[in-house]
Design a binder for this molecule. Structure first.
Ligand SMILES: CCCCCCCCCCCCC/C=C/C(=O)SCCNC(=O)CCNC(=O)[C@H](O)C(C)(C)COP(=O)(O)OP(=O)(O)OC[C@H]1O[C@@H](n2cnc3c(N)ncnc32)[C@H](O)[C@@H]1OP(=O)(O)O
Length: 355
């Protein structure tokens, strides 16, 4: 115990069922030293214990923490009630100086309770204002089911392709279309909902990026792969489908969790990060598919528009596809920028939540 000339003790508060005291540098000899036999505590604590035990109104347990300058004492009250005074004697001992910063009397406690009650009421009223939309449950239910179905569809595609890749190796590249196309048709037809959802205000995101995404994929799937048999056994189908499904097995579960107001750190990070390598790779694979299809369209004259003889024999669809090729890179740029902004917004709001 550190000794000093001062004999002042601060009386720090009469809080709930505890009393907190700070005793700066009390000469130990001024406190009774004898410990009750059952107490196995250092002499300092005994002194403090005895002080409270003999002087306080009602004490059941005394604990203390000492620093070089102070001894902080916590006295647990035997009964949970407000004390009229600290010590048995009516006059406050001279060395007790109440610390009003931490002092809490009955009216303070009532005010604290009232403030807590008000805070609770405010929270409930804000929540009920947010939940005003009577169809919110229905909307979230629809979105959850939509995302679940898409997640299952793309997971089936991803797992199927991965297993086939392990078993058949490179041979699996060439019949990807015949094994996967039906499921991909289903998922990509459903994906039209992704343009409709923001249009009707179900999700708060831009219609245009979703349109670029859905139209872009469906041109490749239905026009390039779907209508040209010659394209269906090319290896590029494997890369396009694999890249599409890799992003979706993270994106859809992320949306599912968002529907139930849940956020898994790793999943959120994956949803907002893996598009960075996957999107350019996906568009590159799609561009290769378009380039490979050009001579086939020229040869078969599929979707060519017959023209009057003065203007030439026909307007080849491959010309439209060449323009589309340029549009693909423009689309990539627009969506890359959109996704980058979404990522920044999401990561920022997450940081704010953590602070
Ligand atoms: C006019 C047509 C012109 C056509 C021109 C064609 C040109 C074609 C060029 C491009 C071709 C691209 C083809 C595609 C290739 C590939 O896919 S390659 C593989 C990699 N791909 C990707 O990484 C892209 C994945 N796709 C997407 O990310 C989206 O489709 C998106 C539209 C590009 C971006 O999504 P978006 O919804 O805008 O952003 P998010 O941050 O995810 O969502 C915003 C908020 O909305 C909520 N939300 C969205 N959808 C849902 C949902 N289904 N369910 C529930 N909630 C949803 C989401 O939770 C967010 O909410 P908050 O967090 O509260 O803001």
């Amino acid at each position: 115990m550190i000794m000093s000339g001062t004999e002042q003790m601060e009386w720090n508060g009469n809080h709930g069922n505890h009393v907190f005291d700070t005793m700066p540098l009390i000469p130990l000899q001024s406190l009774p030293r004898a410990c009750p036999p059952q107490m196995k505590v250092p002499p300092t604590s005994c002194g403090i214990y005895n002080y409270y035990h003999t002087h306080c109104v009602s004490v059941c347990q005394v604990s203390h923490r000492s620093t070089q300058r102070l001894v902080n004492v916590t006295v647990r009250k035997q009964e949970q009630r407000w004390w009229d005074r600290l010590t048995l004697q009516e006059r406050k001992p001279l060395f007790l100086a109440p610390d009003f910063d931490r002092w809490l009397d009955e009216s303070d406690a009532e005010m604290e309770l009232q403030a807590k009650e008000e805070e609770k009421i405010n929270k409930v009223s804000i929540e009920s204002r947010i939940r005003k939309d009577p169809y919110l449950g229905l909307k979230k239910g629809y979105l959850f089911m939509y995302n679940l179905v898409q997640f299952l569809g793309f997971s089936w595609i991803f797992v199927n392709m991965t297993v086939r890749l392990f078993i058949l190796g490179q041979d699996s590249f060439y019949d990807t279309f015949h094994t996967i196309a039906d499921m991909m048709y289903f998922c990509q037809m459903m994906a039209v909902a992704e343009v409709m959802n923001p249009l009707v205000g179900l999700v708060k995101t831009g219609v245009f990026p979703a349109m670029i995404q859905v139209v872009g994929r469906n041109v490749i799937l239905f026009v390039i792969f779907g209508s040209l048999e010659e394209m269906q056994n090319k290896a590029v189908v494997f890369f396009v489908f694999y890249l599409w499904s890799t992003i979706e097995i993270f994106r859809y579960p992320f949306y599912m969790l968002a529907c139930i107001d849940t956020d898994w750190k790793l999943l959120t990070w994956l949803r907002y990060s893996i598009w960075m390598p996957l999107y350019p790779l996906g568009v590159l694979a799609e561009a290769i598919a378009v380039i490979q299809s050009l001579p086939i369209f020229d040869e078969t004259r599929l979707y060519s528009i017959p023209l009057p003889t003065v203007l030439g024999s026909s307007f080849s669809f491959s010309f439209t596809l060449k323009i589309y090729l340029a549009l693909m890179f423009l689309g990539l740029f627009i969506n890359f920028r959109h996704l980058f902004r979404q990522r920044r917004r999401r990561m920022r709001s997450r940081k704010r939540k953590m602070n």
